[in-house]
Design a protein around this ligand. Structure first.
Ligand SMILES: CC(=O)N[C@H](C=O)[C@@H](O)[C@H](O)[C@H](O)COP(=O)(O)O
Length: 232
């Protein structure tokens, strides 16, 4: 695919895990359809069943992941060659995978990249990273896209939010790498999405703020349900 179709645009992540109320490939396909009809340029989705259901009704390029846990490793986003094969069989344009420095199941990241490149040269690879060091390493390994997906979700970055201090992390990351940076993770307002792009992000992925109604509801409830505290 031509990556430039995503440049400066919104990618909507349509995910609901088994413990979430909207867990259903049918619902995810309708979420993706809604995103497409509202002007999104791409979709990010998890699992073969969701990706195939979305493919049937949406023609946007897709970033595919498979979240799967393996014993002895905290890596759960496309951890092994099995998930890469499964995603490739679904025809996704981009495969995203954990590119943090955590211990991995099956094989080291460098080998996994070599595997994906050799077998599926047409598929672009996105690195889900948490730190500048990991992003530089991912670039060195040959990833096509650097994602900020894991920032705030590793021991090293725990408690951090991509938007902290007017996107200080992004301001550090973008000039440090030459590959396109897709901002992903906790972008929960249109203003933040716009700001990330203005700071040089190639594209923005928004998930929960669009597709997880329990998250959206929580923010409203939090703003409404503590009037005494707010008045005090
Ligand atoms: C850390 C992790 O597992 N992130 C996952 C990656 O695919 C998803 O659960 C997120 O929803 C996605 O990254 C979009 O982020 P947000 O929903 O915050 O806009």
């Amino acid at each position: 695919m031509d990556l430039n179709t995503l440049k400066g645009h919104l990618i909507v992540s349509c995910q609901a895990l088994p413990d979430e109320p909207l867990h259903s490939s049918y619902i995810m396909s309708r979420m993706a359809k809604a995103a497409e009809s509202a002007g999104a340029a791409g979709i990010r989705a998890n699992s073969m069943i969701d990706i195939l259901a979305i493919r049937e009704v949406v023609s946007l390029p897709m970033i595919g992941i498979i979240k799967r846990e393996y014993p002895g490793s905290p890596v759960y986003i496309t951890p092994t060659s099995l998930e890469i094969d499964q995603l490739a069989s679904c025809g996704v344009e981009i495969i995203a995978m954990d590119a943090t420095n955590h211990p991995r199941p099956e094989m080291p990241l460098a080998e996994l990249i070599a595997y994906a490149r050799a077998k599926y040269p047409q598929i672009l690879l996105m690195a889900d990273t948490a730190t500048v060091t990991e992003a530089l390493q991912a670039q060195q390994l040959g990833f096509d896209i650097i994602g900020t997906t894991m920032h705030g979700y590793t021991a090293e970055t725990q408690g951090q939010n991509i938007a902290d201090n007017d996107f200080a992390y992004l301001k550090q990351l973008i000039p440090a790498v030459t590959k396109p940076v897709i901002t992903e993770g906790k972008i929960d307002t249109p203003e933040k999405a716009r700001r990330a792009l203005d700071l040089g992000a190639f594209a923005v992925v928004v998930g929960g703020a669009i597709t997880r109604p329990q998250q959206i509801t929580k923010r409203f409830v939090a703003a409404i349900d503590q009037p005494e505290e707010q008045e005090a």
